[in-house]
Design a protein around this ligand. Structure first.
Ligand code: 5AD
Ligand code: SF4
Length: 396
């Protein structure tokens, strides 16, 4: 569970520290700081990601204390007496994961991609898409804004599979972000060499988001021409062995996907040591070979979230922007009430956001980031969820 309200270090055992949160003790791995007992930290996914001053910790904790218990009551009330599949999933989420909801920032730094996945608007054959690459200073500045100004504690750095960012550039990006604006850094850069991922771990990245897309090898071969599903799964396992937190998953409703495939997709996600499930509905893009296909229904997607929760009660399950895109009004809320307990907010500079055109009309593309955070936090409060990893100090 991500529990990034400030915690107080109460015990140190080499790299493993014990942290106290309102009397509840949790362990975290400290790879980055020289800590003493009594220090205050933020942890994410089991890693210490930031050391903070006593003053900051006390301010945030004071805001939290009452609110936290009030929210818990609302959540408990909404999770009572479940009647259908999604409500059962929601009750399980409440029981096993409590009411904390992770909010991660996502920074889309390049829309170049060397691959040609049939479903994706960034595919290399889509010559009508203007391409962009953010340079290193720009990426570091955008990350700094997200961490210092918006108070994100975890950042996903996402791009198409773009080898223009070689080892030297990626290491510099990760090192500079860790140094200037400490947060949990999660890489979403596609299938790159394990040796590169090892270097990036050393540089300070601790998470990887890499979906296996579909567990059906024949469907995979059709959708990702020239690619081998085994290699991708092997890479995910290797990244887990390196020590990365793994976020993985699949697409719901790919043309040709069966009900059995979908259940196998959920099972496979759970078997990969996954820290966070990431799966969302396929949405056809007009400039791809799948332009004429249709999306799955919202109900199918919500049922997939519910099944994933029931099969993996302890997991973190992301409610994706694609679900929100399918149902702009209620997608996020419905996902959170069907077993989901985490979400992402796009922190990409506005001028690039529209160009990260994986699928059309993405929810939140034109939103002002601060307004978007406000409206998400309001929604979370209304259903009793605690956005524990975004600076609560800034919200009222
Ligand atoms: N609809 C929904 N999700 C998509 N992705 C790519 N194309 C689409 C689409 N048309 C997802 C893939 C990929 C992630 C970055 O975006 O699952 O892993
Ligand atoms: Fe590239 Fe990923 Fe899109 Fe495939 S899904 S074309 S790898 S950005």
């Amino acid at each position: 569970m991500c529990y990034a309200i400030p915690g107080k270090v109460v015990e140190i055992n080499d790299r493993i520290i014990t942290v106290d949160y309102f009397g509840e003790k949790r362990k975290a791995k400290n790879d980055f700081y020289d800590l003493a007992t009594g220090d205050y930290i933020y942890a994410q996914g089991g890693f210490v990601v930031q050391r903070i001053s006593r003053q900051e910790a006390e301010d945030v904790l004071a805001t939290w204390k009452e609110l936290f218990f009030k929210l818990q009551e609302t959540d408990l009330r909404l999770a009572r007496k479940p009647k259908d599949l999604r409500q059962i999933a929601n009750a399980l989420r409440q029981k096993h994961q409590g009411n904390s909801c992770c909010i991660h920032g996502i920074l889309e730094f390049s829309n170049y991609c060397r691959n040609d996945c049939l479903y994706c608007g960034l595919r290399s054959s889509n010559s009508s898409l203007p391409r962009y690459r953010m340079d290193i200073d720009e990426i570091v500045a955008a990350a700094d804004f997200a961490v210092k100004e918006l108070k994100f504690k975890a950042l996903v750095l996402q791009s198409g599979e773009d080898p223009w960012y070689d080892e030297e550039k990626l290491v510099e990006i990760v090192e500079r972000i860790r140094e200037k604006s400490p947060a949990l850094i999660i890489l979403s850069i596609g299938e790159r060499e394990p040796a590169l991922y090892e270097k990036l771990y050393k540089a300070g990245a601790r998470g990887v988001l890499l979906r296996f897309e579909t567990s059906n090898p024949a469907l995979y071969g059709k959708m990702r021409p020239g690619h081998d599903p085994k290699g991708r799964i092997e890479l995910i396992k290797r990244l887990h062995d390196i020590g990365y937190l793994i976020m993985t998953g699949f697409l719901v409703g790919l043309p040709g996907q069966t009900r059995e495939d979908l259940l196998e997709d959920i099972r496979l996600t759970g078997s990969l040591g996954t820290d966070m499930f990431s799966f969302g509905p396929f949405i056809p893009h007009p400039q791809t070979p799948l332009a004429g296909s249709s999306s799955p229904s919202i109900e199918e997607t919500l049922d997939a979230i519910a099944r994933a929760r029931i099969m993996n009660p302890e997991s973190r399950i992301l409610v994706t922007t694609s679900l929100e895109t399918l149902d702009k009004e209620n997608g996020l809320k419905s996902g959170l009430l069907s077993g989901g307990n985490s979400l992402m907010i796009n922190v990409t500079p506005k001028k690039y956001r529209r160009l990260y055109d994986i699928y059309p009309d993405r929810a939140g593309t034109d939103a002002d980031i601060k307004e978007r955070i406000d409206s998400v936090v309001k929604l979370l409060y209304s259903i009793g969820r605690a956005p524990t990893d975004i600076g609560l100090g800034i919200q009222s």
